[in-house]
Design a protein around this ligand. Sequence first.
Ligand SMILES: O=C(O)CCC(=O)C(=O)O
Length: 387
Amino acid sequence: MSEVEATLHAYRTKLADGGNSSPFLNPIPEAGGRYEKPIATAHDEGLPIIDLSAFLDPCSSQEARQITAQAINAACINYGFFYLTGHGIPTSLLDEVISLARDFFALPLEEKNKIKRFDAGGPEGGDGARGYQGLGENFTGGLQDMQEAIDWYRDWPTDKKDPNDSAHGSVKTLQGPNLWPEQPSTLKPVYLNYITRVQHVGAALVHAMGAALHLSAPSPTAHASTEDDHIFARNCNASFWIMRMIGYPPLASPHDQFSCGAHTDYGCVTLLHTDATPGALHVQLKDGTWLPADPIPGAFVVNIGDMIERWTNGLWKSTMHRVIHRGDRYRVSVPFFYEPNFDAVVKPLSKCVERTGGKEIHGGSTYGEHLLTKVFSNFYYSKRTDW
Ligand SMILES: O=C(O)CCC(=O)C(=O)O
């Protein structure tokens, strides 16, 4: 039994013993069932659990990969969300990522503000995106999110930056170095190691997603827009990834208030790693109801983003989700957004257009253009605080 399977097994045994079994937890994959049974049977309405190991092991068979790919296809059609195991990132590193986040958020505000995010085009020289945001600075759908966070992006050297092109809404505003806290002193090296590892998982996942669509076999002469099974992998080969480290105090207000308002994610796939807090993240099902996506130790919660919905012409939906944290403990999460290259042109794939009735849902644009509209609506929204 792998480390993740053992953890899952212990977790579920504990729940079963306590008579506290959640309808949202799925049975664990059978020991030794990797490759042959990469997806656990969905239990009631719970999200599926998919084992990615066949796409990370260079020796796995084509058949094993196809079984995993089919499981991904079903999960993306039905939910746009699933749990991911078999990713190969050790539990010790996942635990360290969470505990360092908790240590950072416990620091005095003055210390956290040493890496404050500043609006682009202002005297502080901010890029409008990277750095620490205090409670309530981030907006979703015009409402303040009750969270604090640090945002990091793929590094983008500023040496070619045009000083006349730094106002918000401009492509160049996302150029810049990341801002790293001095404390905790180990946060930066641990997170850099994590970023390397989680990018590897993201790359394997979009590879599997391409295989799941059965477009056509990749050819050596393919270019960025060739519509074959490697189209996602090729257009993410310099992924303009984003990583957020988020802290959520428990919501106190009796009014409608969100830790993170309902939204879809911008890009390809989100690999969400959280602490053990249950009941906070909710995923919208097709009938409009909300399903809690409680954490499973050692597994990522994965969802697909707007660019995958656009590429697949809506065959796979970028699903709405939100966070309402009313527990009694400070919650920490670290979503990693594995995204297309900044300049990747994303438009509906013709086979997906055929499979979805023949009408394109979007005329196409670059991922960077889409990202900019999203980032700037998060921070430059007219500040509404009347909830
Ligand atoms: O913290 C979470 O559980 C989810 C966060 C999220 O949805 C986001 O940052 O886009």
